[in-house]
Write a protein that binds this ligand. Structure first.
Ligand SMILES: [Zn+2]
Length: 279
């Protein structure tokens, strides 16, 4: 029996549900006073930017706030994920070939090397846990990410981080890798990864482009009136690197290590998915 196909909206709900669970588990972070300017965010090296990397809209700099930028156009500001009032901005479109042979081949190859992908993602977002990783794999299965004939292994960790949606920043008193706190500001309560303006759907990663696809991490403060942050809560946007950099930055083979519990979680996911798939 084939896995039931859900719409991206349903998948988004699944991811959001996971994020909701994260939020509940993490407790109620204290509301922080809003800093900065409405519609503005910090962009390292922002002084050199004239166009928004996520929507290509023209940017202006905020007086007396180094590295802070905002969109010049109100229409752009309403649409771009960095400033929209929507908490469910347009997701990455995944629309593969639905070719079962290609899908099975790509998925099998991924699963043979899942630990490398997991550790490459963790090197970029250290608080990624195995439960979230498995949830994102289930999401990729439903979207049939694996059925792209052009799928490039080196881009998969970045695609999975983007599909992970909003991820909670661990509270300072929670058990969390200390490296996370060094990555984001004290105000940050959520992060989300986005591709740059030239990647609207996964297929764009494998088309000839003038510039390589870039991955960005956006840091958000807590939202007061929406379930998830909007552009109004954006604190900073940081270019992580080219989409394939995550794969190439992964630890050396001798440093690769995943725990027995992590292996067990992935084995259980594979066993569950076999009940629905003919491979
Ligand atoms: Zn923009």
């Amino acid at each position: 029996m084939a896995l039931p196909i859900a719409s991206p909206a349903q998948v988004s709900t699944q991811v959001s549900t996971q994020a909701s669970a994260d939020r509940l588990q993490s407790g109620n972070g204290a509301e922080r006073a809003r800093s900065g300017e409405p519609g503005a965010w910090r962009m390292p090296d922002g002084a050199a930017l004239v166009r928004c990397p996520l929507c290509r809209g023209a940017l202006s700099h905020v007086p007396d706030m180094p590295e802070h930028v905002r969109h010049k156009s109100a229409r752009r500001a309403a649409q771009c994920v960095l400033s929209t009032a929507r908490y469910q901005p347009d997701e990455l479109v995944v629309n593969g070939s639905r070719n079962a042979v290609i899908s099975a081949m790509n998925r099998r190859r991924f699963l043979e090397d899942w630990a490398r992908h997991y550790l490459a993602m963790q090197a970029t977002w250290p608080s990624l846990v195995i439960a979230r990783f498995v949830t994102v794999l289930a999401c990729a299965d439903v979207l049939d990410l694996w059925s792209y004939a052009e799928l490039r292994e080196a881009d998969v960790p970045a695609v999975l981080l983007v599909l992970a949606g909003f991820m909670r920043v661990p509270d300072e008193d929670a058990f969390a890798p200390p490296r996370v706190r060094g990555l984001v500001s004290d105000e940050a309560r959520w992060v989300r990864f986005w591709f740059g303006a030239n990647v609207r759907e996964a297929a764009d990663l494998w088309k000839p482009q003038d510039t390589p696809a870039a991955l960005f991490r956006v840091d958000y403060r807590d939202a007061k009136s929406t379930p998830f942050p909007t552009g109004n809560e954006v604190l900073a946007c940081t270019r992580v690197g080219d989409a394939s950099d995550l794969w190439h930055r992964q630890p050396a083979t001798s440093m690769l290590s995943v725990t027995a519990d992590e292996r067990r979680a992935v084995a259980q996911y594979v066993a569950r998915s076999r009940e629905y798939r003919l491979e």
